[in-house]
Design a protein around this ligand. Sequence first.
Ligand SMILES: [Fe+2]
Length: 186
Amino acid sequence: MLIDTTRDYVTGECRSARNAFSPAFFEEHLSVVVGYARQLGQTLGGDLEIIELAGWLHDLSAIQDFAVLPRHPAASAEIARRMLLKEGYPADRIERVATCIASHSAPVQVGNGSIEQVCVSNADAMSQIVKPAYWFYYVFNVRQFAFADGRDWLRQRVENNWTALIPQARAIIEKPYLQVGECLKL
Ligand SMILES: [Fe+2]
């Protein structure tokens, strides 16, 4: 099944030495995004196959080459188009997946995009709030920020993400948000 082969491919890419995010990125980020995106998709009535494919593939370009990070939404959408085309996936559905990936880096509000875009982009922001251990590792180890810069990056990331989430997403992660906020002294 396409979702399984896509997830397995991404698992392999996460384990590769060229993945600067570390192999933990699969469990600590991608799996979390897919889980929340599916949950939101069930609540809002989105297409779960589109959502899940976009969830697994949304960061793939940066996993394969960290230098691509600043333009990874568009680059990952391009990779997804090529991969799904090769699998014989219908062209209109490929575009729906690619659109989700291209718009994932800030929470899309209901009415400003497809339901699938809303789900994937909000889930990406949620994952950065509920997995603080990974994001501490990311900011201090992967990005090598100095202490105060890294602390401020984390505070800002958590706060900006929370502020931008749709109400349904906030309701799911309210408790972890309050806990993380206390730890970071938001
Ligand atoms: Fe992501």
